[in-house]
Unconditional design. Sequence first.
Length: 597
Amino acid sequence: MPSPIEDYALLGDRDTAALVARNGSIDWLCLPRFDSPACFAALLGTPENGRWKIAPTGTVRAVRRHYREGTLVLETEFETDTGVVAVIDAMHARGVASDLIRMVVGRRGQVAMRMHLVVRFDYGAIVPWVQRFEGGITAIAGPDLLVLHTPVKLRGKNFTTRADFVVSAGQQVPFALSWSRSHLPAPDPIDAAAAIEDVTKAWRSWSGRCRYRGAWGDVVNRSLLTLRALSFAPTGGIVAAATTSLPERIGGTRNWDYRFCWLRDATFTLQALMESGYTEEAQAWREWLLRAIAGKPSQIQILYGLAGERLLYERELPWLPGYERSAPVRIGNAAAEQRQLDVYGEIMDALHQAVQAGLAGSDATWQLQQALIEHLETIWDQPDEGIWEVRGPASHFTHSKVMTWVAFDRAVRTAEATGFDAPLDHWRALRQRIHDDVCAHGFDDQRGCFVQAYGSPHLDASLLLIPLVGFLPADDPRMRGTVAAIERELLVDGFVRRYDTGKQVDGLPPGEGVFLACSFWLADNYVLLGRHADAARLFERLIALRNDVGLLAEEYDPHLKRQVGNFPQAFSHVALVNTAHNLTRDAGPAQQRAAAE
């Protein structure tokens, strides 16, 4: 059985990522890209579906781990009856090869260790041909080649590789697993110690540029490093998560592939990057966005592949039982075929923010924005599947309509700021028409709050975005009523659910955890309402949900006290960064810490 989701740490080289558990087992790795088929898929199955474990053979009395400060280099220390040993893990990119490096370091005494490597290509389905050579092994199947280099003597059986060895204090034992295309020469051995130091320096050089100076510096920096690790270096795209099919409810069917780039993340991601001082990364994300949406406006998608790919067919992998029997396991994502009107607002807001931050616009970009707005004018009043990508009937979701207002509002404001030619009077009239429509049909006078969809009695946490995007002030009585209703009906142990899944509004079986990004949005609303102590307390509770190395999944199950959903989740970490900035602007770090306490 795989480890609890929160027991995993992230390794990455900005081409792909791996998840390593506290027990020393790497249970998830896709090569050569985030969205490639996994060669270690034990996370969604068993060790026979692929994993790489290095750990003591005897009883482990304690496990301690941490990232090296400002890096994604992980050190896991095992304490046994005979001594202490550390496994240092890092990913290193060199040309066409990705290197996964594991250095075993003796810290005290002597510790007997075991290495167990099971390579299974195509999500645990394909058993490769494994051959040993002096100093390592090769594993090959179809287009993929993996080479393990190590000085340790290896033995093999049933297409698995093992090694038993003893590490004494001061001794270092390297292992380097390198990927390449099978038609190319096998990757040369790498100096593992030097590579780890190079990776350490590179991460620290990047994280040292962070300009956040509030009370939560370490927390913000770790989230920004996570976002950096989830960015695809060749294109600037940022994947929503490193995994597929980790369940939103243990044993349930809400299992989706998040190894793609969502347009809805654009505004919040740009805001987090730019405010933290990462203008170049924000520009790369904006350029990815522009390339992805280029083309006919009516063919815009809500998500794309790492390089802007559009064909993301969803299918199931029946040979994998799923994380803790949470089936089915899915790859691809059918939500790419949905209509979600909110993405137009998110695109226009992101591009407007970029202009405000000093990222140069262009006539071509403005022409693209105009084309999007012209198309939105013809469809804004139609139903859609909404921000949460319901698999049930399309509806007139209030959040979607608000975001169409955002699209026209940002178009007007961008034209006013830049002097670009635009039919401003017409756009202003449409903006007002949509605003009036939302206030007339998305607000329930009897309940005194906005509702999930026109004519619906249900609530939705996406309504918390209404003041954050400027549709209404936070202290407007309608928003005060909405926040109060969400506090009454959507809070579980003080955290926010997206909506009540038991109301059968999304076409799926009920049940999921609280949605972490939504809980950060509630804290943002508290800031805007002047409820400073409430905002700081909620933020402190949220960051306390992070695992021991500072990572958050998509959701949290307050009953099981476990993280659930894909991991680590970019949206959760983006929301964390933005809320930290909001809190820090609202009052000084010392005051915010005092309020939280």
